[in-house]
Design a protein around this ligand. Structure first.
Ligand code: PMV
Length: 327
């Protein structure tokens, strides 16, 4: 009997401080701009992959349920890329578990494809460097490449596949800031991020955004390095609103927010006026990521209790990247 080839991996989700939005190449998922993120501790996907000559097709379960045919074919296409790099051409069974709701603007595709990349390559005995794993994960989902390295991460744009990958800027213990995520709606969003990337380039503000990002990315990176929280927070919010303006002016126009999203934005301003240093970031969804220093987490959570419409709060410190775990 041939030995089954199997491995499991865990990967964190990540929050982008400078967002990836719009692509130079849709198929290779080469981003229009560089982006910067932080891995989210405890917000993870665990994926187990088993390649076997006994399987007639790839199978995929997400949180114990069979995945949709759309999800399965995306994973299958991605596994084809990995199989092409290996001597083994077997189909695989993939079991993936997220500990956070799907399609909410918390990037399940990032942690999902990062965990899949690490588990599938390990199962096939492919010994890839972190850079190679990041390049590969990018082909599954762009932001997944940032969930491979540790801590605070930068992903560079490039014109060639081999030149676009993410690397760690600082380890997870560089700075004790925390992402407090206010989940305001856990439903699947109407427009996927793939549709968003396509629509973005049609915004009249898209070109201006690219120019703006050159200096803004450098400013944010510098504040991150110096651990200058107020400059960092200011850059973070400016970038979020710039990115959201492109989303709302893209074709078709996309509105990811709901009234609670806006209520939290205004509340954050009020909290700052009262002396609590907290700043927001919002992805392609209605949930709000509130960045605070660790020492202020409890105060923030208490304050957020005053806002109606928050279904859940998740608290994520910076975290290491994707890794193989025992089955
Ligand atoms: O990796 P994708 O295609 O799901 O795009 C992610 C896009 C954002 O989450 C909105 C921003 C980012 O850089 O993570």
């Amino acid at each position: 009997m041939t030995k089954a080839l199997q491995a499991s991996a865990i990967a964190p989700a990540n929050i982008a401080f400078i967002k990836y939005w719009g692509r130079k190449d849709a198929q290779l998922r080469l981003p229009a701009n560089d982006s910067i993120s932080m891995n989210l501790g405890g917000i993870e996907t665990k994926t187990s992959v088993k390649f076997s000559p006994d399987l007639q097709q790839d199978t995929l379960t997400i949180n114990g349920e069979p995945a949709s045919s759309k999800e399965r074919s995306r994973v299958s296409r991605f596994l084809d890329t990995i199989r092409n790099l290996s001597e083994f051409k077997y189909f695989a069974s993939v079991d993936s578990h997220n500990n956070f709701p799907k399609g909410t603007g918390i990037a399940s595709s990032a942690s999902g494809f990062a965990a899949l990349t690490v588990a599938a390559t390990a199962a096939l005995g492919l010994e890839f460097s972190e850079r190679e794993l990041s390049q590969l994960a990018r082909l599954g989902s762009g932001s997944a490449c940032r969930s491979i390295p540790d801590g605070f991460v930068e992903w560079k744009t490039a014109n060639l596949h081999q030149d676009s990958y993410a690397y760690s800027l600082f380890p997870a213990d560089h700075w004790d800031i925390v992402d407090v995520i206010a989940i305001v709606d856990a439903k699947e969003k109407k427009y996927s991020s793939s549709q968003g990337h396509e629509a973005a380039v049609k915004s009249p503000f898209f070109a201006a955004r690219q120019e703006y990002l050159v200096s803004q990315t450098a400013r944010l990176k510098d504040a991150l390095e110096r651990k200058d929280f107020s400059t960092f927070g200011e850059c973070l919010e400016q970038e979020t609103i710039n990115f959201q303006s492109v989303i709302m002016t893209s074709q078709p126009a996309i509105y990811y927010w709901n009234p609670t999203t806006m209520a939290i934005i205004l509340f954050v301003q009020q909290l700052r006026e009262q002396g609590l240093a907290v700043y927001f970031s919002i992805d392609a969804g209605p949930n709000v990521h509130l960045i605070v220093e660790q020492k202020n987490v409890e105060t923030l959570k208490r304050e957020l209790g005053k806002i109606e419409g928050i279904a859940q709060l998740m608290v994520a410190p910076p975290a290491p990247g994707a890794r193989v775990v025992s089955n």
